[in-house]
Design a protein around this ligand. Structure first.
Ligand SMILES: Cc1cc2nc3c(=O)[nH]c(=O)nc-3n(C[C@H](O)[C@H](O)[C@H](O)COP(=O)(O)OP(=O)(O)OC[C@H]3O[C@@H](n4cnc5c(N)ncnc54)[C@H](O)[C@@H]3O)c2cc1C
Ligand code: FES
Ligand code: FES
Length: 1290
């Protein structure tokens, strides 16, 4: 059992959250403290509770978020500051971040910014964009830059940090820790855990149980048991055995016990590097560089060196270094010790080593380096922080004394073969030769021959990996050349690295971020009770920071409650021949298996069209299709049993996975939508130039930190059922559950307190899980709950639609676009879901902000055998606009005109009409553009970029300005309605309910601000408890950015009704208080409950006639971004972003800026980082944070300016505000096009110019491959069609 399960299930301490169960998100972070008797020291560490085995915590103190403070008693400054700095939106990540910060402060009460950035490497947040978290916590740091611009919070309000007030380490644990170690045995249902007290006992045990696993950090074994379904019946835990934890100096280096943690290793090596001359510590420095990018701190605090070596992973970060450095390993068993050199014989196969079963690794000796020896290590990964390597390597060269003639060289690579390998042939060719250009060229050609990969190699990215192997050697070559040239009076000629090559050898480093936020302050005369327009904190933020906020899975367990685990298809397209459940039913605690047979109502479901099933009946149409579910007493039992269900299939052809497959098979959903305006033929005729192009935009997983969760509680009579759900669509959940259960909707209540993020992912797909859980609860007549594991959630719930855009664009020589014919293809998956509306929105945004006189857009929805794709922030808009920016970029490159100029001359003007004939009134793009150019210092920045690019060959900078226009309203007209219900109680308190759900965006906070202003009472008197279908019926999903507009008006309407009812009592007692008036009305038998309603007027669009208004209004924004790319590795840094966003008259600038920054960072993920990878058979590889990389703290722009446009009231929404949730997301395209700009500069060095295709996301792989040069030429891509790739682009 993990510590996390124990805390949440046994102790009901639900503040610690489950986000991934694989150490990749940090939501489960707690502080573990232990006494180290050897150093007589108490050690505090941030640890991932999801991987920490409970058995490993003997004599440890565990501090959870509940332990450091609470709203009910006293907040801890760490909790207060993240909340007040607006660093908590949905709050699901917040306790984990609080605990990472807390653990840091326990070790260092005044940390540096760098300490803080390191402490957060293992924490993810999907909502905030990280900036406000850092801003709040900067107040603890020494030497942090001060904030410029307006403050969204007042640091002088913060409680001071008083380290003397912290909880002390229990003294009894110190005395227990001083006692001689005792061996421990924990006997579980499936595993025997033994903690031996001495090395001898360990070796005896290993002789008895040769197959036993040694577990120190459990960061490998834990993953294998959870995700690879491996079972290790005996586990030996050697963490406390002194010989395995010792660090000793030897003649040649330092010997580290195998259980020494990576944190300890780093600390020791740092000390040595600071103490010893540089030339002695080349290997140590290389290891430190690898550790800088090794996992997050929570993992490094527990993971051991031995675990890394013995896992024998081909992408281990340390093994290539150890191998290239020729480290010595000491192995031991009952039979005695033996020493082994870590060379290419040590790893005998994939995850296999030369150790005998009864042997263990005792220690590793890491050598000092000598004069004339140079060592480097490199790691390249998709995301810099906390990511597994694509290629990782250690490179070691020794020169003949006083010369630049190679005496010995070792190049060791991970990520090229099933084991860590040495490039022996290449090295042999280099021995005896001078370090110079000729050697380099020869080494690169040789590496290209030696470091080959099958085109079908697991992990894919074959061309990139091969190119990297060479490019990283080139970096090593330059690094060594530079060092040789620094030598005092060398006896040989060694030219220093050319100045324009120098940046190629710089270590990747980003400066600490700084930020500015600008917004319109409320006018001086505004009443202090009027909270509208003020940056007030999210009203749940404090509870979220203390772990007191209740999410769906935090609801206490019912005594007779059960857990559910899904059984899903492993085939993409097949008939189900049989389902065998005997083994599953034999698992202890299993109650039943639920399938299509158990539905009392209809098995047909779907949010718009009922074209899918609750449970697959006789056929599956995607991997991850839900076939059934197991219900058991615990989650572990349910999951074990679910894995034991055997399904046999008969495969059906064709299996359609990619958009290209769908085009080939003409597999489309109907209708095919078209919007057309003007005369295309005329437009092309009038053009000076016509070009055609394509872009593919990959999909995106929502990665809300809280996965889908439902608790269904049968009420015992009339088929009534109450559901607690994490959903954006309470009414849809109610309706679809009622349909499946065959009862009227009035018998089902759906309740939503809050969600740990939604982003569209819980708009429709959440209903499937809710229906499954409800059917199970109906069958067993007991409460049933299910919170999906991250891998299940990613597998079954779909994401943003991948899009493919094909365009033909006609334009004048100056870049003015005359005609555009664009076709969109979206990968819809195996059911329609909301895909038609998504495609329509893509078409409504095909113009972005550009006036094209003759235009036609056509949208095809591809029917494929993937899980159904769905709503995701932007809802097709970003994909629609991304294609338009692609042809803008092509036009600019073709005309040789700067892209910003092409954008500017094509921009709409006030009063012009869109392709769907909606007039652009209250048009603010020109104002946003000017302000953004101004605050970003665009023109000077551009000059600096150009200069930089002239001076640097292997790093390039790029700059881009991108506008956005986003239509506000549901395009399904009937959804543009909302309701509210307001109760006044006789003590004057107000209970507010409305149709919207809270998912972190601060909707409830805004609604309370609206009610407070309307009723004229402080926000403290108003409470929102939840969203429920029995208070406000027939609600629209909380989506389309329109929820504040719609629900705000409904709340306003209800409050106005109540005010009118109170008016007579106010008139009678004008000096009375709110409470007096409410009481007076009550005694006068006045109804103190009112509902409100709103429908957006004048909406309606007809595709047939291309007339009517699809949108109530538009939100506008502009962003400028500057990036720097490393042309040799494809990495990039986000140097600067300025955003100007028109949010009307902001209801709450703190929440709105939070939405702008959060959406922007999600867009950065979409366009530069996040890549869903599928096998050709439709199997999703990327099912967790380990392989799927959302932006982390380190990805935020070094300089981020956000300005909310001033004096831009919007008369079409509540209190002149504007929608903000989705519109800013697309502004992250400025980062993508800045990258493209930088690549253009790199290509120019190789004589390449003109348009080129760059698909989204702009990952390191795509960037590197696009920066064509002499190294890429050595690794031509394999001929398409001649092999089966490991993954396909869907
Ligand atoms: C989120 C996350 C991020 C990660 N990031 C990285 C990364 O960036 N780079 C990287 O290289 N790895 C990474 N890893 C992998 C892993 O953390 C490391 O390999 C780590 O060093 C394993 O150490 P451990 O103590 O946790 O191993 P454990 O899981 O405790 O053990 C791992 C294996 O080593 C064996 N073993 C341990 N000690 C001995 C011994 N003394 N003798 C014989 N066998 C022994 C065990 O039997 C077991 O098979 C990551 C893992 C996670 C979960
Ligand atoms: S839940 Fe533990 S790191 Fe994600
Ligand atoms: S606030 Fe961080 S994940 Fe939602």
């Amino acid at each position: 059992m993990t510590l996390l399960i124990f805390l949440r299930r046994k102790l009901s301490l639900t503040g610690t959250k489950l986000g991934c169960a694989e150490g990749g998100c940090g939501a489960c972070t707690v502080m573990v403290s232990r006494f180290n008797p050897h150093h007589n020291q108490i050690i505090h560490h941030a640890v991932n509770a999801c991987l920490a085995p409970l058995c490993s915590l003997h004599h440890c103190a565990v501090t959870t978020v509940e332990g450091i403070g609470s709203v009910a008693s006293k907040l801890h400054p760490v909790q207060e500051r993240i909340a007040k700095a607006h660093g908590s939106q949905c709050g699901f990540c917040t306790p984990g971040i609080v605990m990472s910060m807390y653990a840091l402060l326990r070790n260092s009460p005044q940390p540096s910014m760098q300490d803080m950035e390191e402490a957060f490497q293992g924490n993810l947040c999907r909502c905030t964009g990280y900036r406000p978290i850092l801003e709040g916590y900067k107040t603890f740091a020494k030497g942090a830059s001060t904030h410029s611009g307006q403050q969204l919070f007042d640091p002088s309000e913060f409680m001071p940090l008083d380290p003397t007030q912290e909880i002390i380490f229990p003294p009894e644990l110190i005395s227990l820790g001083k006692q001689p170690p005792r061996s421990l045995r924990f006997i579980g249902e499936r595993v025997l855990w033994i903690q031996p007290s001495s090395l001898n006992e360990l070796l005896e045990l290993k002789a008895v149980y040769p197959a036993a696993k040694l577990v120190v950090g459990n960061t490998e074994v834990g993953i294998e048991m959870k995700f690879k379904n491996l079972l290790y019946p005996v586990i030996l835990a050697p963490a406390y055995i002194q010989e395995l934890s010792s660090i000793q100096y030897t003649e040649n280096g330092i010997e580290f016990g195998a259980s020494v943690t990576l944190t300890m290793l780093g600390k020791k090596l740092h000390e040595e590097v600071n103490k010893l001359p540089n030339y002695r510590t080349e290997v140590f420095q290389a290891i430190l560089e690898q550790l800088r990018w090794f996992a997050g701190q929570q993992i490094r605090n527990v993971a051991a060196i031995g675990g890394n070596i013995m896992t024998a992973s081909p992408i281990s970060d340390l093994n290539p270094v150890f191998m290239a450095a020729g480290c010595k390993l000491t192995l031991t068993s009952k039979e005695g010790k033996r020493a082994l050199q870590m060379d290419d014989k040590f790893f005998s196969g994939y995850r296999k080593t030369a150790l005998k079963p009864e042997e263990i690794l005792l220690s590793i000796e890491i050598p000092y380096t000598k004069k004339g020896q140079y060592f480097s290590a490199f790691k390249q990964s998709t995301r810099k922080e906390d990511d597994i390597a694509t290629i990782t390597c250690g490179m070691n060269v020794v020169f003949q004394q006083g010369s630049n003639i190679v005496k010995d060289i070792k190049l060791s690579y991970g990520g090229i073969a099933p084991t860590t390998v040495l490039a022996t042939a290449t090295c042999n060719r280099l021995i005896g030769r001078r370090w110079g250009e000729e050697l380099m060229e020869d080494a690169c050609s040789s590496l290209a021959e030696e470091m080959t990969l099958s085109p079908s190699a697991p992990g894919g990215m074959v061309t990139y990996r091969r190119t990297l192997a060479i490019s990283l050697f080139f970096k090593f070559y330059l690094t060594v050349q530079h060092k040789l040239a620094q030598m005092v009076k060398p006896t040989y000629v060694c030219l220093n690295v050319k100045p324009n090559y120098a940046s190629a050898i710089e270590l990747f480093h980003v400066d600490s971020p700084t930020s500015v936020q600008l917004y319109q302050a409320v006018p001086p005369g505004q009443s202090t009770d009027d909270m509208v327009g003020r940056p007030i904190m999210h009203l749940s933020a404090l509870k979220q920071a203390t772990g007191e906020a209740v999410y769906c899975d935090d609801i206490p367990q019912y005594e007779n409650g059960l857990y559910l685990a899904l059984v899903t298809s492993t085939k993409a397209h097949a008939y189900i021949k049989s389902i065998e459940t005997d083994d599953a039913m034999a698992v202890p605690g299993v109650v039943t298996f639920v399938s299509a047979k158990d539905l009392p109502g209809s098995n047909k479901t779907g949010p718009a069209v009922c074209d899918e099933t609750v449970f697959a009946d006789n056929k599956v149409t995607c991997v991850g299709h839900i076939v059934g579910a197991i219900v058991a007493d615990t989650q572990a039992h349910a999951q074990t049993a679910a894995k034991a269900v055997k399904i046999s299939y008969e495969e059906i052809q064709p299996v359609i996975i990619t958009i290209q497959d769908a085009i080939t098979n003409q597999s489309f959903y109907q209708p095919v939508r078209t919007i057309e305006k003007g005369d295309l033929a005329k437009g092309f005729h009038e053009s000076d130039n016509i070009l055609e192009g394509e872009i593919h935009i990959g999909g995106q997983d929502h990665f809300y930190l809280e996965t889908n969760c439902t608790l269904a509680v049968p009420q015992g009579e009339d088929g009534e059922m109450e559901l607690f759900v994490s959903t954006q669509s309470a009414s849809k959940t109610q309706a679809l559950v009622a349909k499946a259960l065959g009862v009227p909707a009035s018998h089902i209540v759906c309740r939503v307190k809050r969600m740990g993020g939604g982003f569209g992912g819980k708009e429709s797909r959440s209903t499937i899980l809710s229906t499954v859980v409800a059917v199970a609860a109906h069958k067993v007549k007991r409460p049933v709950r299910c919170m999906l594991d991250r891998d299940e959630d990613m597998l079954v719930s779909g994401g943003r639609h991948p899009f493919f855009g094909r365009y033909k664009v006609g334009f004048k020589k100056n870049g003015k676009v005359m005609a555009l014919d664009v076709t969109y293809y979206s990968n819809v998956g195996n059911s329609m879901d909301l895909s038609l509306s998504i495609m329509e929105r893509a078409l409504f945004h095909m113009d972005n902000c550009y006036n094209i006189p003759h235009i036609r857009g056509t949208g095809y929805m591809c029917k494929t055998n993937l899980p159904s794709n769905t709503a995701f922030r932007g809802f097709g808009g970003p994909q629609g606009m991304m294609v338009s920016e692609s042809w803008i970029s092509d036009v600019a490159l073709c005309c040789g005109v700067p892209a910003e100029q092409v954008r500017e001359i094509n921009l709409y003007k006030q009063g012009e009409y869109t392709p769907f004939n909606q007039c652009l009134d209250q048009f603010t793009i020109d104002r946003c553009w000017k302000e953004c150019v101004n605050i970003s210092d665009f023109h000077q920045r551009k000059a600096r970029v150009e200069l930089y690019n002239k001076q640097h060959r292997w790093t390039k900078r790029g700059l881009s300005i991108v506008p956005t226009k986003f239509g506000i309203s549901f395009t399904a007209i009937f959804l543009n309605q909302a309701g509210a219900l307001v109760h006044l109680y006789t003590d004057g308190s107000v209970l507010l309910t409305h149709g919207g759900t809270e998912m972190g965006q601060g909707l409830h906070t805004k609604m309370i601000q609206v009610a407070s202003k309307t009723l004229g009472i402080p926000t403290s008197k108003i409470h929102i408890s939840e969203t429920s279908t029995n208070t406000v019926p027939n609600t629209s999903p909380t989506a389309a950015s329109a929820s504040s507009d719609l629900n705000g008006m409904a709340v306003y309407n209800a409050c106005q009704t109540l005010l009118q009812r109170l008016d007579p009592y106010k008139a009678r007692n004008p000096k009375g208080s709110w409470e007096d008036w409410v009481k007076a009305a009550y005694f006068d038998r006045v109804n103190l409950s009112a509902n409100g309603f709103y429908r957006t007027p004048d909406l309606g669009y007809d595709f047939e006639t291309n007339s009517g208004h699809p949108f109530n209004y538009f939100s506008y924004g502009v962003a400028v971004s500057e990036v720097e790319i490393d042309c040799l590795t494809g990495s990039h840094k986000n140097l600067h972003t300025s955003i100007v966003m028109d949010v009307g008259k902001s209801l709450n600038p703190a929440l709105d800026i939070g939405q702008v920054e959060g959406a922007f960072m999600q867009g950065v993920g979409l366009f530069t980082l996040e890549e869903l990878r599928y096998s050709p058979q439709g199997y999703l590889y990327t099912r967790g944070p380990g392989m799927y990389k959302i932006p982390a703290f380190g990805d935020i722009p070094t300089e981020l300016k956000v300005s909310l446009l001033r004096d831009a009231p919007n008369e079409k929404a509540i209190f002149s505000s504007k929608a903000v949730g989705e519109p800013p997301l697309f502004l992250a395209a400025s980062v993508f096009y800045a990258i493209k700009d930088a690549i253009t500069a790199a290509r120019a060095e190789s004589g390449l110019s003109g348009p080129f295709r760059l698909d989204s996301p702009a990952t390191p792989e795509r960037i590197r491959n696009a920066c064509e040069d002499k190294f890429t030429k050595l690794c031509p891509p394999p001929e398409p069609g001649t092999y089966t790739p490991w993954d396909v682009r869907v």
